[in-house]
Design a protein around this ligand. Structure first.
Ligand code: CA
Ligand code: CA
Ligand code: CA
Length: 250
């Protein structure tokens, strides 16, 4: 991921900064500021089905911003929800997608060459540590821990393992463009133990995060890059200065 974004070069970064972002039409709730990450009201089975009572009480982010290409329209709604308890940070992505394509089933490969749901999370604005998680529709995971933005990114840290539990549900046919798909769901539990002791959440604590999406599709001339944060200047997805605050609630 780092190499891909950094490879844009100075000229590309300036163009992206000047272009700004298009806002996708939102349906229903938009993210509160900061996002209220509620305590899971009961057990969550990581099975790709969001039928637990806990998910019904999680706020949904439905407002997305298009990073690339400039001027693109968001045709297919995207939704992300987060919950927590002492053991896990839970994330649910629901992405409508007419043409689902997982690039690889090899863990820690460059999954963003195909459709993915992504979460970047940074427990502190002061401490440079942050994390990247990339999930393909077929359930393959890339997880990376970065001690800082300049420390080496994907190629240095891809072998780090979060021990996250990932399950997906594909409503359609992954990889077959000849039919129309409906979309996919990614349900993930990230063990709190992977985060430092100082970052262990308590009610009222704030982290920062961004959710992202790559949509490769027969519906678009270019793959669509979308994110929940409004600014992409500088380092793109790694521009953590623009991550949204997330507040852990009781
Ligand atoms: Ca479930
Ligand atoms: Ca797609
Ligand atoms: Ca890894």
């Amino acid at each position: 991921m780092s190499a891909r974004v950094f490879a844009i070069g100075a000229a590309g970064i300036v163009l992206i900064a000047l272009a700004g972002c298009q806002t996708c039409p939102s349906k229903g709730a938009v993210a509160p500021e900061p996002y209220a990450c509620r305590l899971a009201a009961g057990p969550i089975a990581i099975d790709g089905k969001l039928d637990e009572a806990a998910w019904a009480k999680a706020d949904a982010i439905t407002e997305w911003h298009i990073f690339q290409p400039e001027g693109a329209e968001c045709l297919f709604p995207s939704k992300v929800r987060l919950l927590w308890d002492k053991e896990f940070l839970y994330v649910a992505f629901e992405y409508e997608d007419i043409d689902i394509w997982s690039y690889s089933n090899e863990a820690d490969s460059e999954l963003w060459r195909g459709d993915v749901a992504e979460l970047f999370i940074k427990p502190s604005r002061e401490n440079p540590i942050y994390y990247e998680f990339v999930m393909a529709p077929n359930g393959t995971l890339y997880d990376g821990w970065y001690p800082s933005r300049g420390a080496g990114g994907y190629y240095r840290f891809k072998d780090w393992a979060s021990n996250a539990k990932v399950a997906t549900q594909v409503n359609g046919t992954d990889g077959d463009p000849s039919d129309d798909d409906q979309g996919y769901v990614v349900e993930v539990a990230f063990p709190m133990a992977l985060f430092p002791d100082w970052a262990q959440p308590t009610p009222g604590m704030e982290w920062t995060f961004g959710a992202f999406r790559y949509d490769y599709s027969k519906a678009y001339d270019d793959p669509l890059l979308m994110m929940t944060i409004p600014e992409a200047a500088g380092h793109g997805y790694h521009s953590y200065e623009g991550y949204l605050p997330l507040r852990f609630e009781k």
